[in-house]
Design a binder for this molecule. Sequence first.
Ligand SMILES: Cc1ncc(COP(=O)(O)O)c(C=O)c1O
Length: 376
Amino acid sequence: MNTTVRNHAGMRKRAYRNRETVLLTPGPLTTSAKTKDAQLRDYGSRDHAFMAMTADIIARLNAVVHGGDTHVCVPMQGSGTFAVEAAVGTLLPKSGHALVCINGEYGRRIATICDVIGRRRTVLETPEDQPITPALVEEALAADISLTHVIIVHCETSTGILNPLEEIAAIVARHQRGLIVDAMSSFGALAIDARKTRFDAVIAASGKCLEGVPGMGFAIMRRAALEQCRNNCHSLALDLYDQWAAYERSDQWRFTPPTTVVAALAKAIEQFHTEGGVAGRSARYRSNCAILIDGMEKLGFVSFLPRPFQAPIITTWHAPADINYNFNEFYERVRARGFTLYPGKLMQVETFRIGCIGAIADTAAEMRIGRLRPAA
Ligand SMILES: Cc1ncc(COP(=O)(O)O)c(C=O)c1O
């Protein structure tokens, strides 16, 4: 028994020491040893300890956006997209009509979700390096009274661009339409305040800025909006109304919960509070982002986004035009130095993305990439 415990402890230590790479990506991301350790215990879904943990994270997630009694947090098993699809399918009635704001891949994915689940949608699209403006949303809503909801991505992770949520929310509220926000890569790092910003749902997941492990999403939902959503959903498993109602009745997840993911998230949220909540996390990410951008620009790399539009989550860089550059080799060489980059996700230009600082300078020199500027 003792030997087993010692072996496990030794293996853990070795695993941390030889940790494969630091993930400079927007999730899954590198988690702390405490968060990893929290997954080493098994829980039954009816264990009191597990039920208490679920109740605690639900309350704490709601509190991150100051949701209070007017809002509820509804967790959803699966990756972030499951929670987005669940929120869209639950909040949009079959007769609904969504204005889907698009300036990147995740906005496009929401339009696809609407198509797949049979919800009418109209697209409002800006170039990938330009935010969605409040004026454009205003114009679209004024032009079409059949629109019932606006769906927007807060930080569009495919570039790192920040969309002006508060201003857009104010316009949507003035037009008395619903607002669904994909805050997957901003929740916990950029302030969202439900007391000032009216929304029907803000959606995020465990393995992003809260720095848990991937495996569950959640939606912070305006209670009055959710209460209207019985029988809206196209799906049994993704019905957030049912998920919420079942939890209210039983204090339990409706279907098998991702127990270890919940345990890791509970530990991650503890550390989030120790760091100073949204303000603390935001300060660290802003500092990382500033250091990263300054360093990359000094090296000669060119940012895809103008600085004022850059959220401090992930940065996008033009691929160098130099003939010696190719992403796969660059990726492998940075990885060999212990850091994992992220490929670009843009339609028109070749890019790569970095979520934090990395061994970029050494790698560029080693590959003899002299000219870091992109093709004209
Ligand atoms: C803004 C945004 N929306 C949705 C998703 C989809 O989440 P997942 O890949 O976990 O399904 C992501 C993932 O990074 C994201 O950044």
